[in-house]
Design a protein around this ligand. Structure first.
Ligand SMILES: N[C@@H](CCC(=O)N[C@@H](CS)C(=O)NCC(=O)O)C(=O)O
Length: 272
C-alpha cells in the first residue's frame, strides 16, 4: 500500500490478510479500483469507527430501530480536495464528479435508477444477512464487537441469537427464492409478477419473450457500472463471511449467475 496516495479509504479491519468484507465498504473498494484513482486503505476496527469519523468531523449516518444514530464505514478523505465523504453512494457520486476523466461509475441519466437499485439490493440481502455469520473480524476485536452487537439487539450475549439448523435451512430456501426474483433483472424480464417463484422465471405461457438469452455478469452493457458493484459488494461480503459449503450452494443457484458475477468482478477487488 503506497503512502503518497491522495485518497484515504477507511475500511473495516478484517483478520489477516487484510481484505474488504463488509458490504458498503466493498462498494467503495470496487468504485475506487474502477476509477483508477490513487488511494490507500486505512483499516479501522469496527468498535473504533465512531472515533475515526468524529476526528474527521463526519456525522453518524445510520440509525438503529430506537432512533439512535451510529457511525459506519466506508468513508473517504480526499487529501487533494480536503473532502470527507462518509457514505458509499455519495462516495461514488463524488468520484465521478471530481474525477471525470476515465471510466464513469454512473452511465448518463442513471443516478436515480441506481439509488433505487441500491436500496432494493441492500434491503434484499440485509434480510438474509444472518446467513453470513462467519465475518472475518480480527480475533483480538471479537469480544468487543460481540458486545456491541448484543447491546444493539438487546441480548445478554450473541449465543442467544444463534439460529437452529431448521430455521437456517428455511432462511436459505427463502433467500434462494428472493434472489431468483431479483435474477430476472439480469434477463431484462421485469419484476414481481409471479406469486410463486419459478426457477426459470415467468411461467412459459405468460412469457413475452422480450428478455435476454445471455444472463450476466453485468446488468447492462459490456462492462460493470456502479449498479454491478452494488450487487457484487453483497456477493463479496458473502464470499468472505459464509461457511464454504453454504457459499457453494449460493454460487450454484440460478444457473450459476451469482458465481459468474462475483468471479467477473475479480479485477476490481485489488487491495491497495
Ligand atoms: N449508508 C451507509 C451505510 C454504511 C454501513 O452500514 N456500513 C456498515 C458496514 S456494511 C458499518 O460500518 N457498520 C458498523 C456497525 O455496524 O457498527 C453507506 O452506504 O455507506
Amino acid at each position: 500500500m503506497s503512502t503518497d496516495s491522495q485518497i484515504v479509504f477507511y475500511d473495516i479491519a478484517s483478520n489477516a490478510p487484510l481484505r474488504t468484507f463488509a458490504p458498503n465498504p466493498f462498494k467503495t473498494r470496487y468504485a475506487l479500483n474502477f476509477k483508477k484513482v490513487a488511494y490507500r486503505t486505512h483499516a479501522i476496527d469496527m468498535p473504533d469507527i465512531a472515533e475515526a469519523r468524529l476526528k474527521l468531523n463526519a456525522p453518524a449516518n445510520r440509525t438503529l430501530p430506537d432512533g439512535s444514530a451510529y457511525h459506519t464505514l466506508p468513508l473517504i478523505h480526499d487529501q487533494f480536495t480536503g473532502s470527507v465523504i462518509g457514505d458509499s453512494f455519495e462516495i461514488a457520486l463524488y468520484l465521478d464528479k471530481t474525477y471525470p476523466d476515465g471510466p464513469q461509475l454512473f452511465r448518463p441519466g442513471t443516478v436515480g435508477l441506481t439509488a433505487a437499485l441500491n436500496s432494493r439490493v441492500d434491503g434484499l440481502f440485509t434480510k438474509y444477512v444472518a446467513l453470513s455469520d462467519s465475518m472475518p473480524f480480527p480475533p483480538e476485536s471479537k469480544d468487543r464487537i460481540n458486545k456491541i452487537f448484543a447491546a444493539r439487539f438487546g441480548l445478554k450475549d450473541l449465543d442467544s441469537m444463534k439460529m437452529s439448523a431448521s430455521a437456517r435451512e428455511a432462511m436459505f430456501v427463502e433467500f434462494e427464492h428472493a434472489l431468483g426474483e431479483f435474477a430476472k433483472a439480469y434477463r431484462h424480464v421485469g419484476g414481481t409478477t409471479d406469486y410463486v417463484w419459478r426457477p426459470s422465471g415467468t411461467a412459459a405461457e405468460q412469457a413475452q419473450n422480450q428478455g435476454r438469452e445471455e444472463v450476466g455478469p453485468w446488468l447492462d452493457g459490456d462492462g460493470p457500472a456502479y449498479a454491478d458493484f452494488i450487487v457484487g459488494a453483497w456477493l463479496g461480503h458473502m464470499a468472505e463471511s459464509m461457511p464454504k459449503e453454504d457459499l457453494a450452494r449460493v454460487r450454484s443457484w440460478h444457473g450459476g449467475l451469482w458465481a459468474r458475477i462475483h468471479d467477473a468482478l475479480e479485477p476490481w477487488r485489488e487491495m491497495r
